[in-house]
Design a binder for this molecule. Sequence first.
Ligand SMILES: Cc1ncc(COP(=O)(O)O)c(C=O)c1O
Length: 466
Amino acid sequence: MHQSDWKSVLDVAAQAALDHLESLPDRAVYPKASYGEIRAALDRGLTNGGLDAAQVVAELAADLGPLVAAHASGRFYGFVIGGLHPAAWGAELLVSTWDQNAGLYPVAPGVSVAEELAGEWLLDLLGLPADCSVGFVTGGQMANFTCLAAARDQVLRDVGWDVETRGLQGAPHVNVVLKEGVHSTVLRALRFLGLGEQAAVMVPCDAEDRIHPSALADVLATVNGPTILTVEAGNVNTGSFDDFSAVADLADVHRAAGNPTWVHVDGAVMLLAAASPSMASYVTGMDRLDSWSTDGHKLLNVAYDCGVAICRHSAAHRAAMSVQASYLEQGTGARDAMDWNPEFSRRARGVPVYATLRSLGRDGVAALVDRTAGLARRFADALAASGRAEVVNEVVSNQVLVRWPGEGVAEAVMAAVRAEGVAFFSGTTYRGERLMRISVSDWATDEADVDRVVESLLRHAAAATG
Ligand SMILES: Cc1ncc(COP(=O)(O)O)c(C=O)c1O
């Protein structure tokens, strides 16, 4: 490929990217094509001789562009899917273009420092101690894994067992204390870490899926020895926050009784609430805990994929993750990302975080948190006022749980708005009941989006119920 060929590829890709982004306010939120149709559109076969890069990118844009779900649309409310902030988008393009292997400072010095700064700014925004360590990983799953790996290693080290060299066979028992209904990625992380999905003690929660402090006290009173506890900032269903002050107090008591204790906060959905003064009451005491995970690709609106693992005990974090090899240049004194996340080679996914935080500023991050919560409230109020739907949770952040009375009505309404292209919702089973879930996680969502979608939901609900 000649140097001059870059431009023809860029022209095609840039135009297609722009077309996509500019279509977001109006395009159908979800593609209508079936699996078979998608296969037929994309299966152009593998040639022996290859093809011109610009041609391939042009065909990719033409074939695949119409088939992508509009995750960055202001009317995508399924799962917990963040949008795409313009600064994050621009930084993503550069990260791909620079093609840095951001595992080690000597290999990729510039982006290593940008990631270091992004981590420092996040700690500042979240009100967490400035000496916490930060790893940029692929998402909440790996952030939970990274923090829980540090937790496992530290609580065992505290009782004289070096799990990093000796492994878990013959190790002292680690008590794992979780909330009932804990996010499945915490269970999966426990599986990866050899602690087992089923070995945990479950603590009952209240109607908003917040841990009951008195039930937690009862459980902690029954477990002795190394203990790991996880709580949540932003429950995936209700958006609720655990009572971090009460949890921190109970952890202190448990520690004082001689039990090494690490409390991890799964903040994939709502750790960012700590950056908003209006949410301060929900996160009081969170800074007293031991580790925190969050997602860049949710509320912060950087592109997929990006998660953040934060530990108060940087030595434990580093000991759990770091790796050495004879051919690497290590120990330069600069931050090597490889010490803080499970990947070896890696994309500089902290750079879009750097750009997004610079673009939003402190006030912009707080406004993003408040605005998405306000729009969730707008959904809840309008649906509740309609008399056709019931709001099941206390709407404290960006998540709303909606009951559509009547057999199969929730599924019918969600399917109809999706087919109409107006919005995308996903469901959940909460306390045995099938509900619709609304997650407002996109900077681009506005009042007009919510009103348009509410109109569509109610029209389809009327059709479904007669
Ligand atoms: C509470 C919670 N934890 C962890 C995760 C996993 O995050 P990711 O999909 O980024 O790995 C999610 C995803 O929605 C979540 O809601």
